[in-house]
Design a protein around this ligand. Structure first.
Ligand SMILES: [Fe+2]
Ligand SMILES: [Fe+2]
Length: 477
């Protein structure tokens, strides 16, 4: 029995050895991968030397699968990571890393059940010219075409090298993720437009990345939803809605797979809009009754489109159908009998409404301040939205969401950067020049700060950045 009782030093020694072992296996895996990729340039697919190399690699990967659902390598800033461990690399591996970097590969994830033949096909693919690897959608397409089902390639980094710089890094990563996600939704909508087929894998992998990222740094993603693009409105709206829905799912401690399907539901909720003529969706003025009827069909069209796409979760279909039904009779499409919105539809509806309120639409020429949007959502609790969800949403976003401009009783002006435990007292960046230069200075303060037993500053009101002509995006990017 005594042997089982390890003191803390023993424990850390044990974990040190376990870690070293893991690092050795990870390094060996990568070396074997380098060998297979090299051999694939020298030998035909069925050559015994290539087959033997692929078998060895497969066995090594299988070793790493013990206790894991996937084996994930990441390439961050010229370094190789196995999960969060930095893998020491020598000359031979650095060449392989360059090869990956040239193809914009930031992550390689192996899934269980991976056959050796697939590794050979993967190696052959990695030897093809870098032009094949354009965008996440292009990469996924190439993998699909080569029938590589157990290897995922990601362009987005998920791992922080240094937890200390996590927030800064996190915002950078989130910006990339956002761009990527916009690209995927765009591809998706185009694909649906063309032949109703779609690249599910691309959507799922972005959502997975989104989930991972949100779990890592919610603030970074929440901040991004404040950055509205003046064009490609439906795309950015879908991405933002997904981010908000995923964030709320995370906030409510949903299971990871539930959060992922919430993400897909958020990304896809407005896909039916592709059946509405472009001129109507982008019409600056008021819609005619007839045009409005057409717009109102988008939840039905969306559900029909999603029903035709194999592998799309039923919930995405349901959420598309129900996201404008709300809790009252004023929603659409109208159905017979008692209205029962699925909880996921309720979440997507809430995220959708908040997103639409804060979005900067080219034809509205004005953007509602986030705190105003939150107040509208609160006012509709119990009417259009589930009050429990609204409460959680407000707790998550804060009464003064990230990106809100505040005026303080001291006469100063500040921009909300983070929430604190007190919904009324977020952390803010004090602004005086409004040209973005404050970002580099140490002017970040918490409204919880006190002096002589009293708060140093309190919120006296909010300012609409559009009316005040202050560009808040320069502080949030
Ligand atoms: Fe919609
Ligand atoms: Fe929407």
């Amino acid at each position: 029995m005594a042997e089982e009782q390890t003191d803390s030093r023993g424990e850390s020694r044990q974990s040190f050895f376990a870690r070293q072992q893991l690092l050795d296996s990870a390094k060996a895996t990568f070396q074997l991968l380098a060998a297979v990729i090299k051999n694939a340039t020298l030998y035909p697919e069925a050559h015994p030397i290539l087959l033997t190399a692929a078998d060895k690699l497969r066995l090594k990967i299988e070793e790493l699968f013990v206790g894991r659902k996937q084996v994930a390598f990441y390439l961050v800033g010229g370094e190789l990571f196995f999960e969060t461990l930095s893998v020491p690399i020598d000359q031979s591996l650095s060449l392989l890393l360059e090869q990956f970097v040239a193809r914009s590969v930031g992550g390689i994830i192996f899934k269980p059940g991976l056959p050796s033949q697939e590794l050979i096909r993967f190696a052959t693919l990695m030897n093809r010219e870098a032009a094949v690897f354009t965008g996440q959608a292009g990469v996924n397409e190439a993998l699909d075409k080569e029938r590589i089902l157990h290897v995922e390639l990601h362009r987005v980094m998920l791992v922080d090298k240094d937890i200390g710089s996590a927030i800064k890094e996190g915002s950078k990563k989130a910006a990339e993720l956002y761009k990527d996600a916009v690209g995927v939704v765009k591809d998706m909508v185009q694909a649906v437009n063309l032949d109703k087929a779609s690249n599910l894998r691309a959507v799922n992998s972005v959502v997975q990345t989104m989930v991972d990222n949100v779990l890592e740094n919610r603030d970074a993603l929440m901040g991004l939803t404040s950055i509205k693009m003046y064009d490609e409105y439906t795309f950015s709206h879908s991405v933002n809605t997904a981010i908000l829905a995923v964030s709320l799912g995370t906030f409510l401690s949903f299971e990871k797979n539930q959060i992922a399907s919430l993400g897909v539901a958020g990304l896809m909720h407005d896909v039916g809009k592709v059946t509405v003529p472009h001129e109507i969706i982008n019409k600056p003025g008021k819609l005619t009754d007839e045009e409005w009827e057409q717009v109102k069909r988008h939840p039905i069209e969306g559900a029909l489109l999603l029903a035709d796409i194999p592998g799309v979760t039923k919930l995405a279909m349901v959420a598309s159908f129900e996201h404008h039904q709300h809790g009252d009779v004023r929603g659409y499409p109208q159905v017979e009998g008692e209205l029962r919105q699925h909880p996921f539809s309720q979440i997507v509806a809430l995220a959708d409404a908040y997103e639409a309120l804060t979005a900067a639409r080219v034809y509205y020429n004005s953007q509602m301040a986030p705190d105003e949007a939150i107040r509208i959502v609160i006012a509709k609790r119990g009417v259009a939205f589930n009050p429990i969800l609204v409460k959680a949403f407000v707790n998550m976003i804060g009464l003064f969401p990230i990106g809100t401009l505040l005026k303080f009783d001291t006469g100063e002006i500040g921009l909300v950067l983070h929430q604190t435990r007190d919904l009324m007292r977020p952390r803010v960046l004090l602004l005086d020049k409004f040209d973005g230069s404050e970002k580099d200075k140490e002017t970040e303060v918490s409204l919880l700060e006190t002096a002589g037993g009293a708060y140093k500053r309190s919120v006296a009101g909010t300012i609409n950045p559009h009316e005040a002509k202050i560009d808040i995006n320069q502080y949030l990017t």
